[in-house]
Design a protein around this ligand. Structure first.
Ligand SMILES: Nc1ncnc2c1ncn2[C@@H]1O[C@H](COP(=O)(O)OP(=O)(O)OP(=O)(O)O)[C@@H](O)[C@H]1O
Ligand SMILES: [Mg+2]
Length: 244
C-alpha cells in the first residue's frame, strides 16, 4: 500500500467565536498522493488558503486531523514540517542577490557554504535563470521574480510544495507559459504540489486531480476530465462550464 503525502480527515476550521464566528472549512476529507499535482479550485472565500495554512501549520483545525506521509503533525511548527509554501505575494528579499535569496532557507538550516552554492546553482538551472544569480530582485521582470520565488521554495527540497495562486500577479501570456514550466518542474523534481487557484482553465491544464470547493466544502474531487464530463452537482457544472 502506498502512503499518501497528505491525508485530511474530517477537518473543520472556524475563525473567531460567538457571533463573529466564521466557518471557513467544514468536514473536509481528502487524500493527496505522493508526487501528485493536486489543485484546490474554487471562488474567492471558499477556504482554499485556509486549507493550505492548516497543512503548512500556520493554523490549527478545530476538528479533525491532518497527516503528512502517514504521520501526525499536530505538534510540529511550520519549519519542522517537510513542507514549503509559495505565497501569493512572493516578495523576495530586496537587499539580497538572487543567489542569496535562493540559499536563504539552506543557510537557516546551517547547511555548509559549498553545499549551498551547489544547490543554488542546481536551482538556477532548474528554473532556467543561470545567468541571474548576481542580480538583485528589482533587476528582474515579474515572471523572473516568480521563478526565483519557486527556486527559493524548492531549494531545501521539501517533500510537499504548497502554492497559493502563484501565477495570479502575471499577465496572461506569461501565466500560460508558467503553467507549462510549473508542470514540468513538478515532474522533474517528483515533489507533491498542492496548487491553489480560482482559474478553472489553469486547474484543468495542470492538475492530476482537482478538488472543487465552495463555501468551505469539497464539492467534487476527481481528475480534470471526469469533473468536466460528469460534474457531480450544479455548482461544479456552472463553475467548470465557465471555461467554454
Ligand atoms: N484570519 C481570519 N479571520 C476571520 N475570518 C477569516 C480569516 N481568514 C479567512 N477568513 C474567512 O474564511 C473564509 C475562507 O477564507 P480563505 O482565505 O481561506 O478563502 P480563499 O478561498 O483563499 O479565497 P481567495 O480566493 O479570495 O484567496 C472567508 O470567508 C474569509 O473571510
Ligand atoms: Mg486565498
Amino acid at each position: 500500500m502506498t502512503t499518501n503525502a497528505i491525508a485530511v480527515n474530517g477537518v473543520d476550521k472556524i475563525y473567531g467565536s460567538g457571533t463573529n464566528a466564521v466557518t471557513a472549512l467544514q468536514d473536509i476529507h481528502l487524500e493527496i498522493k505522493d508526487q501528485e499535482f493536486f489543485t484546490l479550485l474554487g471562488p474567492s472565500g471558499c477556504g482554499k488558503t485556509t486549507l493550505l495554512r492548516l497543512i503548512a501549520g500556520f493554523e490549527q483545525p478545530n476538528r479533525g486531523e491532518i497527516l503528512l506521509f502517514g504521520e501526525h503533525i499536530e505538534g510540529l511548527e511550520p519549519n519542522q514540517r517537510p513542507v514549503n509554501t509559495v505565497f501569493q505575494n512572493y516578495s523576495l528579499f530586496p537587499h539580497m542577490t538572487i543567489s542569496e535569496n535562493i540559499g536563504f532557507g539552506l543557510k537557516m538550516q546551517r547547511v555548509d557554504d559549498a553545499q549551498i552554492k551547489a544547490t543554488v546553482g542546481e536551482m538556477l538551472e532548474l528554473v532556467k535563470m543561470q545567468e541571474y544569480g548576481g542580480r538583485k530582485p528589482n533587476q528582474l521582470s515579474g515572471g523572473q521574480q516568480q521563478r526565483i520565488a519557486l527556486a527559493r521554495a524548492l531549494a531545501p527540497k521539501p517533500k510537499v510544495l504548497l502554492l497559493d495562486e502563484p501565477l495570479s500577479a502575471l499577465d496572461l501570456k506569461l501565466r500560460q507559459a508558467m503553467r507549462h514550466e510549473l508542470k514540468q518542474l513538478q515532474k522533474e523534481t517528483g515533489i507533491t504540489f498542492v496548487f491553489v487557484t480560482h482559474d478553472q482553465e489553469e486547474a484543468m491544464s495542470m492538475s492530476d486531480r482537482i478538488a472543487v470547493m465552495s463555501q468551505g466544502r469539497v464539492q467534487q474531487l476527481d481528475a480534470p476530465e471526469t469533473i468536466y464530463e460528469t460534474p457531480e452537482n450544479r455548482f461544479v457544472a456552472n463553475f467548470i462550464g465557465d471555461v467554454n
